[in-house]
Design a binder for this molecule. Structure first.
Ligand code: GLN
Length: 382
């Protein structure tokens, strides 16, 4: 780096990384993770599950496709900041309607380029997701001691209910479908099933996938009780992804889920929804060393032996050792053997740790939305 650094990342262990700031000016503290996806930085930055985290992108060219008005997974970026190898260049893509840098600045998020992201990623893998302070000051003046102290003072994501910060304020209706079709799948143009989706920080493409599988979706805030959910007389209940510690959000969500499980209504959960379904069934969740964040994670379907390439974003995991009798492990990560899916024996209740809606990522797992719709068809036919 020949220019004077304008950004600085301080890890709680005292390690300092310098780079060039972009986006918003200021300071922020968070947990640091790395994401290995080669595309989809806009979807990643706006995934509500990233609340409380700064993302290191291992793919070096971030920003070159700009930003557009279609790819946000929620209204604002939710990740606390981004760290990249190269300073983003000007956008060059037919879909671009703006530049990453000004988009980040307008949304008050800090970016830092010119970083040795390989070294940083190794640090994350070795020490576990570190607590960090990220500063962007155009004058290049940093109080390093204060930044390290800020990073140390950050308590981390364990025990944090962040779903309450990113859930919708009020219930709403969703019927927008996907724009593109995964190969071999057909859109269901008739909404056949009334689904309640409980929003712990839902990505828009999940709601689109539900609509595309034939669901008429009513989204409820995370604080919804079982009575609120059942009052809508749903054909199926969906539990969304979301940020933070599943055990903390589970304090109020688990009783809701257990109330739903007392009926015969089909239930489908993704990521945080998967973790909290597991909690509701009596399992435990634990914090991972550095989590899984990327768009190429191989997962094995334990029933068929088939491997799916999946999109992932999680820092907690269901401890498969604690799955009670009657809860079947359906999917397992081929990277580390961690749990990636469960189902309740003999019941249309299932969930996955990964993201079948992709955004970004491969479309291998879209069948799960259709499986949910089929479960509702089966119940209706009884
Ligand atoms: N994408 C998600 O829903 C993330 C779930 C949870 N917050 C985790 O980090 O494990």
């Amino acid at each position: 780096m020949t220019q004077k650094p304008t950004a600085c990342l301080a890890l709680a262990d005292g390690t300092i990384f310098y780079g060039m700031g972009f986006g918003a000016v200021g300071e922020t503290v968070a947990e640091l993770c790395f994401n290995t996806a080669m595309t989809g930085y806009q979807e990643i930055m706006t995934d509500p599950s990233y609340a409380g985290q700064i993302i290191t992108f291992t793919f070096p060219h971030i920003g070159n496709t700009g930003v557009n008005t279609d790819d946000d997974e929620t209204a604002d970026p939710v990740a606390a900041g981004m760290v990249v190898k190269w300073d983003p260049t000007e956008a060059s893509n037919w879909r671009a309607t703006g530049e990453l840098k000004s988009w980040l600045a307008a949304r008050n998020r800090i970016g830092m380029g010119g970083v040795d992201t390989r070294r940083l990623t190794r640090a994350i893998r070795q020490q576990g997701a570190p607590h960090v302070a990220l500063a962007h000051h155009p004058d290049g003046v940093f109080d390093l001691e204060k930044l390290v102290a800020k990073a140390r003072a950050f308590a981390g994501l364990e025990g944090l209910d962040l779903a309450k910060d990113v859930t919708c304020a009020q219930s709403y209706h969703w019927n927008e479908m996907r724009w593109a079709w995964p190969e071999g799948h057909q859109p269901q143009t008739q909404a056949r099933h009334k689904v309640v989706a409980v929003d712990f920080g839902a990505k828009r493409n999940i709601l689109r996938c539900l609509a595309s599988a034939g669901c008429d979706v009513t989204v409820l805030p995370a604080s919804a009780s079982a009575e609120d959910v059942l009052a809508l007389n749903p054909d199926g209940v969906f539990l969304s992804n979301g940020p933070g510690d599943p055990a903390a959000t589970g304090v109020y969500a688990v009783p809701m889920i257990q109330g739903v499980l007392a009926t015969d209504i089909p239930v489908f959960g993704i990521c945080l929804g998967h973790q909290m379904l597991a909690l509701a069934l009596g399992a435990r969740t634990i914090k991972m060393n550095h989590g899984h964040h990327g768009a190429n994670h191989p997962v094995k379907d334990m029933q068929t032996g088939k491997v799916e390439i999946t999109s992932m974003n999680h820092g907690f995991t269901v401890d498969s050792q604690t799955l009670p009798a009657g809860v079947i492990e359906t999917h397992v990560s081929l990277f580390d053997g961690s749990n990636c899916g469960i189902r309740l024996d003999g019941r249309p209740v299932f969930s996955v740790q990964y993201h079948p809606e992709a955004s970004p990522g491969p479309q291998d797992s879209y069948y799960l939305f259709e499986r949910f719709a089929e479960a509702m068809d089966t119940r209706a036919a009884r």
